[in-house]
Design a protein around this ligand. Structure first.
Ligand code: NAD
Length: 347
C-alpha cells in the first residue's frame, strides 16, 4: 500500500521534495500545506497535488498523512513535527532541525512517546562512498581521530529562499543553513562525539559592502544573520573540530569540504576520500562501494519509508541531530556573548 504523504512548506525545498516523492511508486502525495496561498497553488499545480491547505491542523485532520515532510522555515519546525507525530505521522524535518536545544529534546520525547519514526533532511549521508568512509573510520582504520575541519558556504551569494536572511525565522545564516550539511556529515562519520564547549565568532558583511549582491527580496540591511562564521568545538573524547562558513566567499575550487585527521591519515570529502600515512609516505586508499544513488533526496525518502515499514533504522539518530543542534546553538550563544560556552548549559 502507498504511504499517504504530506509536504509542509511550498518553497524551494518543498519543490525538490515533491518532485522526488512523485517519482517513488510507494508514495502517494495527498497534501501540501503553506499559509502562502500563491506558493501553495503554484507547487500543487506543478506537482499535481490534490489536497492544498493553509494550516497544519486542518491538513492533518483532513488529509491524515502517514508521512510528513517539514520544509517550512526552521522557526516552525518543532511545533509542526510534534503536531504531525501526535496525529500519527512519521516525520522528516529539514535542516536546521529547529531553533533551540530544548525544541530538539521535545521532538525526541514526542517521537518516543508516539512511537513515530524521525529523520532530518541532510543529503550527504546517502552517498555510498561516504558510507564506506564511515565504515572505515568505525573499524578503526584511520586510527584515533583527533581533529576535524569543516568548511562550507557559497561563492558570493546568500542562500536562495524567502527567510534564510532573517534570524528569527532561521536560527542563523550560513552556519545554520549551509555549513550544517557538511557539519552533519562530518559528525556522523566520526560517531557524533559529545560536544563539551564551543567558542565562535560570526560576522555580517553584506550590509557593509560597497555594492552588495542581494539574492533575497529586500535590501542588504534586511539581513539579521551572519554571512561568515568560525567556531572551535571541544569534544568529550578529547578531539576537536574547526568549523567555517561563508556565504560571500571569494571564488575558490574548495568552497565546501571536510578533513578528518586520524593518527593513521586523513579522510576527505573529495576523492579519494582517504589517504593513509606511513612515515613520510602518503598512500591513497581505494574503496569498493555500491553504486551511488541517482538522487540523494529521492534516496532519503526511499530509505525512510523502509524504516517506517520496519526494514532498517532512520539514517539520522536523535543523538546525532542533538549533537548538530547543540553545536549550532553553542556557536550563536558564544558569538553573541564573546565567550566560550559550555554545551551542558545551553537551552
Ligand atoms: N536539504 C537541503 O539541501 C535544503 C535546501 C534548501 C532549504 N532547505 C531547508 O528547507 C526549509 C525551507 O527552506 P526553503 O529554501 O524551501 O525556503 P523558502 O523560503 O523557499 O520557502 C519557505 C516556504 O515556507 C512557507 N511558510 C512560511 N511559514 C510557514 C508555516 N508556518 N508553515 C508552512 N509553510 C510556511 C513559505 O510561504 C514558503 O513557501 C528550511 O529549513 C531550509 O533550511 C534544505
Amino acid at each position: 500500500m502507498s504511504v499517504r504523504t504530506a509536504v509542509v512548506g511550498a518553497g524551494i525545498m518543498g519543490d525538490v521534495h515533491l518532485k522526488q516523492l512523485n517519482s517513488i511508486q510507494d508514495i502517494d502525495v495527498v497534501a501540501l500545506m503553506d499559509p502562502n496561498e500563491e506558493n501553495a497553488t503554484t507547487l500543487s499545480t506543478k506537482h499535481d497535488v490534490e489536497g492544498v491547505f493553509g494550516d497544519m491542523e486542518t491538513m492533518l485532520a483532513v488529509a491524515r498523512p502517514e508521512y510528513v515532510i517539514v520544509a517550512s522555515p526552521p522557526r516552525f519546525h518543532a511545533a509542526q513535527a510534534i503536531a504531525a507525530m501526535q496525529s500519527g505521522a512519521h516525520v522528516l524535518v529539514e535542516k536546521p532541525l529547529c531553533i533551540t536545544v530544548s525544541e530538539t529534546e521535545a521532538i525526541e520525547a514526542c517521537a518516543k512517546q508516539t512511537r513515530r519514526q524521525f529523520t532530518m533532511g541532510v543529503q550527504r549521508r546517502q552517498s555510498r562512498a561516504m558510507r564506506a568512509v564511515k565504515q572505515f573510520i568505525q573499524d578503526g582504520e584511520l586510527g584515533t581521530v583527533y581533529h576535524s575541519r569543516v568548511w562550507a558556504g557559497h561563492i558570493m551569494s546568500y542562500a536562495w529562499g524567502q527567510y534564510h536572511h532573517r534570524k528569527e525565522m532561521s536560527l542563523g545564516g550560513v552556519l545554520a543553513a549551509t555549513t550544517v550539511h557538511t557539519l552533519d556529515a562530518c559528525l556522523w562519520l566520526i560517531g557524533a562525539p559529545e560536544p563539551l564547549t564551543v567558542t565562535a565568532s560570526t560576522f555580517r558583511r553584506l550590509d557593509k559592502m560597497k555594492s552588495p549582491h542581494v539574492s533575497f527580496e529586500g535590501t542588504a540591511t534586511d539581513s539579521t544573520v551572519e554571512d561568515f562564521g568560525h567556531a572551535h568545538v571541544r569534544f568529550a573524547d578529547g578531539s576537536s573540530m574547526s568549523i567555517e562558513g561563508n556565504w560571500l566567499m571569494h571564488p575558490t575550487k574548495h568552497g565546501n569540504g571536510f578533513e578528518i585527521l586520524g593518527v593513521n591519515g586523513v579522510a576527505r570529502d573529495v576523492a579519494p576520500y582517504v589517504e593513509l600515512e606511513e612515515g613520510t609516505k602518503v598512500i591513497p586508499y581505494e574503496f569498493n562501494h555500491e553504486e551511488e544513488p541517482d538522487d540523494a533526496v529521492r534516496q532519503e525518502h526511499v530509505e525512510f519509508i523502509d524504516a517506517i515499514r520496519g526494514n532498517g533504522i532512520p539514517i539520522v539518530s536523535f543523538q546525532e541531530a542533538l549533537t548538530v543542534q547543540k553545536i549550532l546553538v553553542g556557536i550563536y550563544t558564544s558569538a553573541e556573548s564573546g565567550k566560550e560556552v559550555s554545551v551542558k548549559d545551553l537551552a
